[in-house]
Design a protein around this ligand. Structure first.
Ligand SMILES: Cc1cc2nc3c(=O)[nH]c(=O)nc-3n(C[C@H](O)[C@H](O)[C@H](O)COP(=O)(O)O)c2cc1C
Length: 327
């Protein structure tokens, strides 16, 4: 199990326990102590076997678009158990959610020492690409291989998107970002290209406050912007209406775009289309024409709280190959 560790003292303790057991990689006391010291103030995840810490990873920001895998270690008896990969996935999700574009990591170049060769192979298996080898970092006898990974990918964004229901930072969302998110929404596919989805971007503080006042029980009250999703329930052909599918595709595009731009959101549909019909009150406030329905609101803003998602059923429970139930 992977857990984010908040307490600096816990971080130091876990880092010490793991690194002191990995002398092949961390034999120089001085640099090991530096890793332990610095780990205390950096985003830090640990892997556990029951209550026993068996590995950790911590990251540091090295530029406005880049984080570095500062240090990681997994106890030798747990190598090849998938813990290193899971630790890295947790750190990568954090980096994507916080709007970073690149992940970098440094190690001793392949071909120098057997233990470090395995480290190189591990990083390559995670998807890191060679950027450069520099002798000046640790000296010519330990050439420093810098690996880099582009983390702004569709698959990473999908994996990092969660319904966010926490507080938002009180910081306006630039129009260009709201427009980019809305453009992603209306670029979604629609049945017979009927384009039945329309959007209202709400970033005016007075309108936003009027809108929030309608939401009962209140949600997303600190969001600095919202996108109201409208649908026109017309038939795409014969008696086939695809309006629900159309706006669902648009919403998913917008949720993903929001995450890609470093924002959070949540698909609030059930909440506003229930028996109390908050959606109709919103429609009336926004002067929506009678032939359109308000179906969803999407808050947009930077997260003030931790972002996390619910657990999902295992892949194998929901995906078959070639026929149902065949794994
Ligand atoms: C059609 C639909 C309606 C939803 N309505 C609400 C809602 O009213 N309130 C809410 O908090 N979340 C709502 N959600 C979000 C789901 O609860 C959420 O997607 C689900 O629990 C899975 O979590 P995840 O989005 O983090 O993967 C809705 C999602 C969908 C697809």
């Amino acid at each position: 199990m992977i857990r984010f560790i908040e307490d600096p003292e816990d971080r130091r303790k876990i880092a010490r326990q793991i690194l002191e057991a990995l002398t092949e990689w961390f034999e120089v006391t001085e640099s090991r102590e530096q890793y332990i010291r610095e780990s205390a103030d950096r985003p830090f995840w640990a892997a556990f076997d029951g209550e026993k810490p068996i590995g950790f990873i911590c990251v540091k920001q090295t530029g406005n678009a880049t984080v570095e895998l500062a240090v990681m270690g997994v106890l030798k008896e747990y190598h090849r158990g998938g813990y290193g990969r899971k630790l890295f996935e947790a750190a990568k999700e954090y980096a994507v959610v916080h709007g970073y574009e690149f992940f970098q990591v440094k190690t001793v170049r392949m071909g120098m020492y057997e233990d470090y060769d395995r480290t190189n192979e591990f990083y390559i298996s995670l998807g890191f690409k060679e950027l450069e080898v520099i002798d000046e970092v640790w000296g010519a006898e330990n050439p420093c291989q810098i690996y880099v990974m582009n983390i702004k990918t569709v698959l990473n964004t999908i994996a990092s998107r969660h319904s966010y229901r926490g507080g938002y930072i009180a910081e306006p969302v630039p129009r260009k970002d709201l427009e980019a998110i809305a453009a992603a929404g209306i670029n979604a596919p629609s049945g017979c290209n009927k384009q039945t989805t329309e959007l209202i971007i709400v970033d005016d503080i007075e309108v936003l406050n009027d809108l929030k006042a309608l939401i009962d029980p209140p949600v997303a009250q600190t969001a600095p912007a919202m996108i109201v999703v409208l649908t026109k329930r017309i038939n795409a052909y014969r008696d086939k209406c695809y309006a629900t599918q159309d706006y669902s595709a648009a919403i998913e595009n917008m949720l993903l775009s929001a995450v890609e731009l470093g924002y959070q959101s949540c698909w609030y549909e059930g909440h506003i289309t229930d028996d109390d019909r908050i959606c109709d009150k919103i429609a009336s406030l926004m002067e929506v024409p009678d032939d359109m329905d308000v179906v969803c609101i999407l808050p947009v803003g930077k997260a003030a709280d931790e972002v996390h998602g619910p657990s999902k059923k295992p892949f194998s429970e929901r995906v078959s190959f070639n026929r149902w139930g065949s794994k």
